[in-house]
Write a protein that binds this ligand. Structure first.
Ligand SMILES: [Zn+2]
Length: 220
């Protein structure tokens, strides 16, 4: 799952309006921020295999540390604790905890059975990726809902708030189009380095969100 994770971050604004979008976006994509680091360290493993279906090009051989459910709950708790320690915002801490765990649940829908609960457990995954158009429909549907909720809950204070957010959406759509239409990365190292670029989404989200404010209509 790709843009669907970002949708969770955008929608989270509804439930924790005072939280920065930087923190809200980081939560549902946290596992994929860690994964490329663990790949580069050699702690987790993936294989790139040729396939006409762009979603089935990666075989996730082992990634219990970033994507095993027990570890995921740990990451969620660690992240929510740090978030609460810094901000003292209870709603925000709850929402980011749910955000991190939501990653596993959304991945569970699309991944082939390669997701574990812990390192030695059996594999889980409903395999929606085998149906490429249904996957794309689900991702776009979630993304549209996320954008709708965020736009309804906030309004731009200035041009950065307006065009920064539009640019953020455009970059994600282009990146997703690249995943669907582009070639597979030539090596695992390239895949990891490419995935590392997603870290940029966090400061970018903080930036446009700081130029938006809670809309009066939604501020009950
Ligand atoms: Zn993932």
């Amino acid at each position: 799952m790709f843009i669907g994770h970002y949708a969770v971050g955008l929608a989270a604004k509804q439930f924790a309006p005072r939280a920065s979008m930087g923190a809200l976006i980081a939560a549902p994509i946290l596992l994929d921020l860690l994964w490329p680091i663990f790949l580069l360290l050699g702690w987790e493993h993936v294989s790139i295999i040729p396939n006409a279906n762009p979603f089935l090009r990666f075989e996730f051989d082992s990634y219990p540390l970033s994507h095993g459910l027990v570890a995921v709950v740990g990451w969620a708790t660690l992240y929510a604790s740090i978030y609460f320690g810094v901000t003292r915002y209870v709603a925000g801490a709850i929402v980011v905890w749910i955000g991190v765990v939501s990653h596993w649940l959304l991945d569970y829908i699309v991944h082939l059975p390669d997701l574990q609960i812990y390192a030695q457990s059996r594999m889980f995954g409903l395999g929606l990726w085998q149906h490429r158009w249904l996957t794309i429909l689900l991702e776009f549907g979630l993304f549209a809902i996320g954008i709708g909720i965020y736009q309804n809950r906030t309004k731009p204070k200035d041009k950065v708030g307006l065009y920064g957010f539009a640019g953020f959406v455009a970059i994600l759509l282009l990146a997703y189009a690249g995943v669907i239409l582009g070639p597979a990365p030539g090596s695992v190292k390239k895949l990891a380095l490419f995935t590392l670029i997603t870290w940029i989404a966090v400061p970018l989200a903080w930036w446009f969100d700081s130029h938006r404010t809670i809309s009066a209509s939604a501020d009950r």
